[in-house]
Design a protein around this ligand. Structure first.
Ligand code: ZN
Length: 657
């Protein structure tokens, strides 16, 4: 840079002038953002009330209506907003039946599999719109067999069964929810040789245990007829478009191929209530289960079986290509418009979705409202802020994954950070997960916001409790919509919430009344989530130097590598290269190299660089094999490259779908 002294003086005095008379500094807006004058728990509660009036599963008209509500709200704040739709493979229940036959009893018991409406239930009139209880992507089929009880259905539970001399092979497994992903419960049952699986909600874990508090609507606990529904799909994104976006008319793999990939269970399953779980449990004889496998004291004693009770389980689901809607709202950056800070939450719910996920949607709309108020007072973000309201998360993170696949090249070049909120509030206690470079930013934001449950301290103070530092979990697996951002794009991400697990999760009782009575009566926890969420977004959008702390990333890697050393060193594995690279990272502690290799050399021409190496290689192979399958692969490569070219042109046009 070249500049004379006079010019510098002019520049300084000019900016000083603007500072005094027109544009306040960014920090002024950031404190304003969390001030009482801007936050609005009444509008949060109103948004939640509107969003949860009807059950709104992905692919239904009710959820399209909810999308329209989010869109019109964002539009009313003057954000550039639009809906982007995808056609994805979802499943819905067509028929289910569950019958228990017991020796010495003439009449089999046929379970009605209904969640009961409660006294004074304001949603009684729309309760018929709640889907029959089911597992999304469960295998259709009918099975009949004796029942074996497998505790939480973990691998170690089957080991315990084996030690007890119990063989689950050929049985229908009865397992309880609560420790592992339900898809893994079914998969583990399959691997143990079971031909079907029934998963129940144990009163001990979800129904208040041996307390005498009763259940919803008298307390927060799950009623005896309450059922946790959910997906048993083990992948992410539309299973029929693995790795590419489910746009209209796109390439799709068949349902048979999806089964072959191993991401959907190969045995039928059903979720059942605590009451039905109890009834089935009473039909199981055999050895008494261990103490830690038992349920409530006043319930039946749990035995492992198998039998003598015999279950007949029948499930038919239908796959359909359904249209889903993501809602996208954009606040364009004034100085670095091509760098994106993304905030995301899903909208689709298994039932009414008061906690999961619309507490998060209400918080997203609150963030939007406060940012709109800042804009009215002259604030302009340095970078672009994008608000995303995803669809079909519950089926397998489908809306977010398809959008990331659809915009992959642009996002991998421009996305700076992704901040997720799924369930904003399910109870007390702030919780956070993040990729490590965001740890410091999370702590800083929580230090600026008052604890909604104790006005004498900050969230940070209650979060650390008696320790020195808060616990920040890492973003593993496919827990929520951050997965595509972390795993496909490698973008810095965080996920925040109030309260962890909650008893009425994924049941018909996750409604506005539950939230108002037990989850967050004053909606102050919602306000607090909106405050931390927005403060992090403002720092990422406005600070000249991105508030990433890679040193904490390096420290995290150091920690993990030490653990690794303990685990493998006695096997003679050398970890020195790993240590060295982490040391270099610690020294560098800087940005990420986003360079991409677009022109890879073809395997058949190592020195050349062809534009379509994948296709060329497939053709060479197909010429040799000359089978239908090998030429199908060529076709697949053509699709792949077409999509890549489409992505590049999207980047050139600078437009998101
Ligand atoms: Zn959710």
């Amino acid at each position: 840079m070249f500049r004379t002294a006079t010019a510098t003086f002019l520049a300084v005095s000019t900016s000083f002038y603007f500072l005094l008379f027109t544009s306040p500094p960014k920090s002024y807006y950031h404190s304003l953002y969390i001030s009482d004058s801007l936050s609005d728990n009444a509008s949060i509660s109103h948004h939640l009330y509107i969003l949860t009036r009807r059950p709104h599963v992905a692919g239904t008209e009710a959820n399209a209506e909810a999308a329209a509500y989010v869109l019109s709200t964002l539009t009313s704040y003057n954000f550039e907003s639009h809906i982007v739709s995808y056609d994805v493979s979802l499943t819905y229940p067509v028929s289910r039946s569950l019958t228990l036959t017991q020796p010495h009893q003439d009449q089999p018991i046929t379970f009605n599999l209904q969640q009961e409406i409660y006294d004074g239930d304001p949603y009684a009139d729309v309760s018929s719109e709640v889907l029959p209880t089911f597992h999304a992507y469960a295998k259709s089929g009918t099975v009949t067999s004796t029942v074996a009880y497998a505790n939480y259905g973990r691998v170690e539970d089957y080991e315990t069964l084996k030690e007890m001399g119990v063989n689950a092979s050929g049985t229908i497994v009865l397992a309880r929810y609560g420790k592992i992903y339900r898809g893994d419960i079914v998969q583990n049952a399959f691997e143990a040789g079971a031909i079907g699986a029934v998963i129940f909600t144990d009163r001990k874990d979800y129904g208040g245990g041996d307390s005498s508090e009763g259940w919803f609507p008298d307390s927060k606990w799950m009623p005896p007829s309450g059922v946790q529904v959910g997906s048993v799909y083990d992948g992410v994104g539309d299973p029929t478009t693995p790795g590419w976006a489910s746009t209209e008319g796109c390439e799709r793999v068949s349902e048979e191929e999806v089964e072959k990939e191993g991401y959907v269970p190969l045995i039928p399953s059903l979720p059942v209530s605590a009451a039905d779980g109890d009834t089935i449990m009473r039909s199981i004889g055999g050895p008494l289960a261990n103490e830690d496998w038992q349920g409530c004291k006043d319930g039946p004693s749990y035995r492992v079986g198998p039998g003598p009770g015999i279950l007949n389980l029948s499930y038919t689901g239908k796959h359909s290509i359904s249209t889903i809607q993501n809602v996208i709202g954009v606040i364009k950056g004034a100085e670095e418009p091509d760098r994106f800070i993304l905030l995301g939450n899903h909208r689709d719910a298994w039932t009414f979705g008061a906690a999961d996920p619309n507490s998060g949607t209400a918080a997203l709309l609150e963030v939007a409202q406060r940012l709109a108020k800042l804009q009215k007072r002259g604030w302009k973000p340095r970078r672009t802020i994008i608000l995303c309201n995803w669809d079909a998360e519950e089926y397998g993170l489908i809306g977010s994954t398809e959008w990331v696949e659809d915009n992959r090249e642009m996002l991998s070049l421009r996305a700076v950070a992704y901040l997720n909120v799924d369930i904003a509030v399910a109870g007390a206690g702030f919780e956070a997960s993040a990729t490590p470079q965001l740890d410091e930013l999370l702590k800083k934001a929580s230090q600026q916001v008052q604890d909604p449950d104790n006005s004498s301290q900050t969230i940070y103070e209650s979060w650390i409790g008696s320790g020195n530092s808060p616990v920040i979990e890492r973003l593993g697996g496919g827990g929520s919509d951050y997965a595509a951002f972390v795993q496909h794009l490698g973008v810095a991400s965080a996920d925040i919430s109030y309260g962890g697990g909650y008893p009425v999760y994924h049941s018909m009782y996750d409604d506005f009344i539950w939230m108002q009575k037990f989850g967050d009566p004053m909606f102050r926890r919602h306000t607090a989530v909106a405050s931390i969420w927005g403060l992090m977004a403002l720092a990422l959008a406005d600070e000249e130097f991105l508030p990433f702390n890679y040193l904490s990333y390096a420290l995290e890697l150091q920690k993990s590598s030490k653990e690794l050393e303990d685990a493998v060193s006695y096997k003679g594995v050398k970890l020195s290269p790993l240590f060295k690279s982490i040391e270099e990272l610690t020294k560098a502690a800087t940005g990420i190299n986003n360079e991409r290799k677009i022109y890879a050399p073809s395997k058949h021409n190592d020195y050349g660089s062809k534009s379509f190496p994948g296709i060329d290689d497939a053709i060479e192979k197909a010429k040799t094999l000359n089978t239908v399958e090998s030429w199908n692969i060529v076709q697949h490569e053509v699709w792949r490259v077409s999509r890549a070219i489409k992505h590049v042109s999207q980047v050139l046009r600078g437009k998101l779908t």
